[in-house]
Write a protein that binds this ligand. Structure first.
Ligand SMILES: Nc1ncnc2c1ncn2[C@@H]1O[C@H](COP(=O)(O)OP(=O)(O)OP(=O)(O)O)[C@@H](O)[C@H]1O
Ligand SMILES: [Mg+2]
Length: 280
């Protein structure tokens, strides 16, 4: 039987298992494909994948397998543009601004000296983020010139992407952020991620609690999702004391285990319903 939906993965997390289970319940024919075992002959007509839900954890595998499949005419959720745009915090920043979505003020500097000069002019604290990355990795709060010099100098020895110094204002906010899961033009569920650490990521020990979705939040998330051309995304927001809600990230291959757990919304089923209806 031809698959209705292909889950393309490189490691099976709770999210991928839940999609498979939801498919069985809904009688949707799901094919699980391990991207690590995949070799695509780009000159041949592709096999029948149905709609592909891209779930690879590896940024490069995710982006390149999407590029190949989409180029061969396969519908992939999310599309290549979303992988490129949402996968990079600078690209996202520019698109959010263009779409009128409030986002933390940021500066990008292309050398250590330029970054230090910008910090000295604009002041501390600031947050430095790799433009590509997740789970809070290599994100640092820079409190003064001494720490700036140490952090930026070490980045200058890393892979070139870490030498793009993306600096954000440190947003004053309650000790939490918001993760809103969007399926199409709707927030299907949202959580607060609370933490004593300034980085509230679940991967770093944050605690999830349900978050009531307001109309303002939903309108902002729809714009953010459209800005990166996404279908199914996780929008991260903060409640800035000065600016109100700001979007600081759109996640292309979002995790939703904790959102399902605390909100009791069947996100995998909603994702499959969406994939079954989407234009191929
Ligand atoms: N400008 C900021 N001011 C204050 N706190 C911030 C700022 N940017 C990020 N944070 C905190 O750090 C966390 C990680 O930041 P961000 O979401 O940008 O990175 P990430 O590594 O891509 O995370 P994810 O795991 O959500 O993909 C946020 O959840 C938030 O709690
Ligand atoms: Mg985030």
């Amino acid at each position: 039987m031809n698959p209705d939906v292909t889950i393309l993965y490189d490691s099976i997390r709770w999210e991928e298992k839940a999609l498979l289970e939801a498919g069985k319940k809904k009688d949707i024919n799901i094919q699980m494909v391990d991207c690590k075992k995949l070799a695509l002959d780009l000159e041949k007509k592709p096999k029948d994948y149905g709609v592909v839900i891209q779930r690879c954890v590896s940024y490069y595998r995710n982006l390149h397998s999407t590029a190949a499949l989409e180029g061969m005419g396969v519908k992939v959720i999310n599309c290549l543009n979303t992988g490129v745009f949402a996968g990079n915090k600078l690209f996202t920043h520019m698109l959010l601004k263009k779409s009128g979505v409030p986002t933390p003020d940021a500066t990008v500097a292309f050398s250590k000296d330029a970054a230090i000069e910008a910090l000295e002019t604009d002041g501390y604290p600031k947050v430095i983020k790799p433009t590509v990355g997740s789970w809070g990795r290599l994100i640092s709060k820079i409190n003064d010139k001494e720490s700036a010099e140490g952090i930026i100098e070490s980045r200058e020895t890393m892979y070139p992407i870490y030498q793009i110094h993306y600096l954000e204002e440190f947003v004053k906010r309650p000790p939490r952020d918001i993760r809103a899961i969007m399926v199409g033009d709707k927030i299907v569920a949202a959580i607060y991620r609370k933490s004593e650490h300034w980085k509230t990521n679940m991967a770093l020990g944050g605690i999830a609690e349900p978050c009531e979705v307001t109309q303002e939040m939903e309108e902002m998330c729809i714009k953010a999702k459209k800005a990166v051309q996404g279908d199914i995304v996780g929008v991260d927001l903060m409640e800035s004391e000065e600016k109100g809600l700001v979007v600081h990230e759109v996640n292309n291959t979002t995790e939703y285990k904790n959102t399902v757990r605390v909100c009791d919304v069947d996100i995998p089923s909603l994702m499959l319903d969406y994939a079954m209806k989407v234009e191929r």
